[in-house]
Design a protein around this ligand. Structure first.
Ligand code: HEM
Length: 499
């Protein structure tokens, strides 16, 4: 090998190294400059393809985002694979966005898995005029069927009888209440959607309940988060197939119900949400641009079924766990209920104002459990300047609910379970602005008044009748959560001892 040869090889290597270095520098400069050029919020430097995914603990993304906000502030950019999103942190920032700029932040981000599963129909993942009409129709029809009123209160109390029987049947022995709670809560939304409840041993119903619970878990799993970040690798993910299978079950159930009920539809006597939708569909049949078509019907029902069941029953599971963990708080709630209502009559919603401690405990359960930690991703509906940054139309936005429910500037002891967060010095219940488990603004939970009524009635009725105890083999009751779209308690078994 000649000296010249060595020299020329070194030169080639050097040139190649320089080229790679220039490309890397250009890439990183581009990555961070693109924020600056568009006046985008700051954020960690993204890697090719995966963006910032390597920084996230995909089992607890909400916690990593909280940590990142300590470095980058209350508004920062995060690159989830191909998806560049803005994270909003803290009560003040999120309120400013969702309340003071309601329309601009009311879009939904294009999240691959939800786009595929919903195709832009329904309410939870739709946008624009279709979303507006579905949301308006849904809220007014839920109200007509008693949401927030006595009609639905009676249904919840009737359902509580069945639930009590199921709990009693375990005779104080350890059991997992997940399916029974989901079935009870599911029956309330079913009575509105389908006009009927189902028995807890109805296999079709139980299969649906399990499918919804499984989908809630899978849709927030690390695999599906990876799929959302890098969708071209979709064929690799088994979880995606399961999600499709579960979604198909719900669609088929709804479609069969529609077919069966269409023949007996009576404009003077609508029996269910589905009947009212079908009547509206008939009214609008001459309008080629109507949003009241079969796809929106099936997907809206699926959204309500899913959103209406999983969230509320998961909160009740947290309620039981927390009452077992803090038996003195459970006893105080029980004492208040028996002093104000007694142990015979079932609690009613009008009792809430006379049960300040119980009311505070229910609020604290929702705050502490933080069951939708990341919120559902929003997007901007137009170009917008917000707090010194420029967000182009369609920017995905994560209004991080964890950062409100655990905001150090709003709560004295954010990390502890502490009902005093909702009580004044005299023990009276106090409302707190940062209590936002249902989010804020025009996209906030469409079923919150139903959820609040269910939580209050199921919780007080169960505590009135049962003492929840830690199973004997458990020495240290864990409060950690399992990964999913919602935060589900990892440990779930209870002993429900009839009082
Ligand atoms: C404890 C129970 C519940 C919690 C914590 C909860 C929480 C939430 C949250 C955080 C959102 C996203 C809001 C946003 O994007 O800013 C949401 C949306 C939604 N929730 Fe709930 N929810 C609960 C129960 C229910 C129930 C019982 C129903 C139905 C009857 C329901 C129906 C919906 C619907 C349809 C949406 C989508 C709204 C839209 O995109 O316009 N939820 N919920």
């Amino acid at each position: 090998m000649s000296f010249a040869g060595v020299y020329s090889l070194d030169t080639v290597t050097l040139v190649l190294l320089c080229a790679v270095a220039v490309l890397i520098i250009a890439y990183f400069r581009n990555g961070s400059q693109s924020h600056v050029e568009l006046n985008f919020p700051p954020g960690p430097t993204p890697l090719p393809i995966i963006g910032n995914l390597h920084l996230l603990d995909l089992k607890k993304s909400h916690l990593t985002l909280m940590e990142l906000s300590e470095k980058y502030g209350p508004i920062f950019t995060i690159k989830l694979g191909m998806l560049k999103a803005v994270v909003l942190v803290g009560y003040e920032t999120i309120k400013d966005a969702l309340i003071n700029h309601p329309d601009q932040f009311a879009g939904r981000a294009h999240i691959p898995i939800f786009e595929e599963l919903t195709q832009g129909f329904g309410i939870a993942f739709s946008t624009g005029e279709s979303w507006r009409q579905m949301r308006r129709f849904t809220i007014s029809t839920l109200r007509d069927f008693g949401m927030g009123k006595k009609t639905i209160e009676d249904k919840i109390i009737e359902e509580a009888h069945f639930l009590i029987k199921m709990f009693e049947s375990h005779k104080g022995q350890e059991f997992n209440p997940a399916i029974e709670l989901s079935a009870a809560v599911g029956n309330i939304i079913c009575s509105i959607l389908f006009g009927d409840r189902f028995d807890y041993d109805d296999q079709t119903f139980i299969i649906l309940v399990k499918a919804i619970n499984e989908s809630a878990k899978l849709s927030g799993s690390p695999m599906i988060q990876l799929y959302n970040a890098v969708p071209i690798l979709g064929f690799l993910y088994r979880s995606k197939k399961k999600l499709w299978k579960n979604q198909n079950l719900i669609w088929q159930f709804t479609k069969d119900f529609i077919t069966k009920n269409y023949q007996t539809l009576d404009a003077n006597n609508p029996r269910s949400f589905i009947d009212v939708f079908m009547l509206k569909q008939q009214q609008e049949s001459g309008n080629p641009n109507t949003y009241f078509h079969k796809n929106n019907l099936v997907f809206t029902v699926a959204d309500l079924f899913g959103a209406g069941m999983e969230t509320t029953s998961t909160t009740l599971r947290w309620a039981m766990l927390l009452m077992m963990k803090y038996p003195q708080i459970q006893e105080k709630v029980h004492d208040e209920i028996t002093t104000v209502i007694g142990s015979e009559r079932f609690p009613r919603t009008e009792d809430r104002k006379n049960l300040p401690y119980t009311n505070a405990v229910i609020h604290e359960i929702q705050r502490f459990a933080n069951i939708v930690p990341l919120n559902v991703m929003h997007s901007t509906t137009e170009d917008l300047n917000f707090k010194g940054y420029f967000f182009p139309k369609g920017t995905p936005v994560i209004p991080l609910l964890t950062s409100v429910l655990y905001d150090k500037t709003q709560w004295e002891t954010p990390n502890d379970f502490n009902p005093s967060n909702f009580l004044d010095a005299e023990g009276k219940f106090v409302k707190r602005d940062a209590f936002t488990p249902f989010s804020m603004g025009p996209r906030a939970c469409a079923g919150q008044s139903l959820a609040r009524m269910e939580l209050f009635l199921f919780f007080t009725i169960l505590i009135q009748r049962f003492r929840f105890q830690v199973p004997p083999n458990v020495t240290n009751l864990e409060l950690s959560s399992d990964v999913g779209f919602t935060l589900i308690p990892k440990y779930q078994n209870v002993c429900a001892v009839y009082r």
